[in-house]
Design a protein around this ligand. Structure first.
Ligand code: OGA
Ligand code: NI
Length: 371
């Protein structure tokens, strides 16, 4: 018979209760929105985060720093303007790993309709959403709350609709009726913007414009329609815990509510909503193939009690079907003085390590691929 001290026994009971509560929440298939609709006034304890994470959330937002804004107007027709933009993209990608783009070619009406679509999906009846509820990441369309629910100590105040939009085209019938059409329209435009961004990033690395596209960085697109319900006690939980993105590149559309923060020079800086803009951030796989020239920065979303927040994170990487291609530091970027820092990997292998490690504490999966 095992003998536990009172503290150990207490801890064991707590762990057991937590697991039971997580399971009950998962099996409700109604997400955080379901809790809010049920009228809860306190955050259930499975969502209550460590005080240290929360304190730094409150002490954040240094007004001295702002994520760079890059104006993409005229880059196709004005070579000197393009050069300036490439320099801005290089500098932002090396230091912040984040920038916002304006005049990116996607009309504001499309952005607004996309965010309306996210709200429509998450605000429809629980029965309609439940049909899509799944933790199977090999399916193309899945709705769930907290992809890493059973791995983290504290769950996040967020629900997600996950859709693999490319390389295999989805039909409107495969997608939820309330947002399928706008997702197809928005994805098509984000794919075009992705081509432009990967050209600029290639040039910023001193490579031919098509280099990253030829490596198939822009081939796959996954949309994460994120919904952060109004939180009764935002001082107790996080919307999204600190993390880096596992993909090559993320294009993020956020609404007017705010709450996204990026870690820059060891401080959490607000990525303030700019009407009509899109946020671009470097993911782990681009840090790996750029041999650490570009930086995949940690970011997070704080919870709020102002109202629901909607966002769409567009992940450029090939999720399904898995690509057999191997990715390692780009040959042109390595030399005797700059040896490769990472071993080669497939996207699937990288993302599996990433998910297994997604504990919400900021530990990077990239470390495991270091040479
Ligand atoms: C993500 C993410 C931020 C947001 O989905 O990886 O960082 O604003 N989202 O929802
Ligand atoms: Ni992210």
């Amino acid at each position: 018979m095992e003998v536990f001290s009172r503290d150990e026994a207490h801890e064991k009971t707590q762990k057991f209760d937590q697991m039971r509560e997580k399971k009950a929440f998962d099996e409700s298939k109604a997400g955080v929105k379901g809790l809010v609709d049920a009228g809860i006034t306190e955050v259930p304890r499975i969502f209550v985060d460590h005080p240290e994470n929360l304190q730094s959330a409150l002490a954040s937002s240094n007004g001295h720093f702002h994520v760079p804004i890059v104006d993409l107007a005229d880059i196709a027709k004005d070579p000197s303007r393009r050069k300036e933009v490439v320099n801005e993209v290089r500098s932002a990608s090396k230091t912040w790993g984040f920038f916002q783009v304006v005049n990116h070619g996607i009309p504001t009406t499309v952005l607004e309709e996309m965010l309306d679509g996210v709200r429509r999906f998450h605000e429809q009846g629980a029965e309609e959403k439940r049909r899509f509820y799944s933790r199977d990441f090999t399916t193309s369309v899945a709705y769930h709350s907290n992809f890493n629910l059973y791995k983290t100590e504290a769950a996040n105040w967020r629900d997600t609709l996950f859709c693999v939009m490319a390389p295999n085209a989805l039909e409107a019938e495969d997608l939820p009726a309330v947002c399928g059409d706008i997702m197809l329209e928005f994805s098509k435009r984000v794919m075009n913007l992705g081509t432009t961004l990967f050209e600029l990033l290639s040039e910023a690395l001193g490579l031919k414009p098509n280099h990253l596209k030829d490596m198939e960085c822009a081939k796959g697109l996954v949309l994460l329609n994120q919904y952060y319900p109004k939180c009764p006690q935002p001082e107790l939980t996080m919307g999204t815990s600190r993390h880096t993105d596992s993909d090559f590149l993320t294009v993020l559309l956020q609404d007017h509510v705010g709450g996204l923060q990026v870690l820059y020079q060891n401080q959490w800086i607000d990525v303030s909503p700019v009407p009509g803009a899109l946020i671009v951030n470097i993911g782990d796989l681009l840090q790996l193939i750029s041999n650490d020239i570009f930086k995949s920065s940690e970011h997070r979303v704080v919870a709020n009690n102002m109202g629901p927040r909607a966002s769409v994170a567009c992940f450029f990487y090939t999720a399904t079907p898995p690509s057999p291609k191997l990715y390692g530091p780009i040959k042109e970027l390595i030399s005797e003085g700059d040896p490769p820092k990472y071993r080669e990997t497939t996207i699937m292998e990288y993302v599996s390590h990433f998910s297994a490690n997604a504990k919400g504490d900021g530990t990077s999966a990239l470390q495991q691929f270091k040479l």
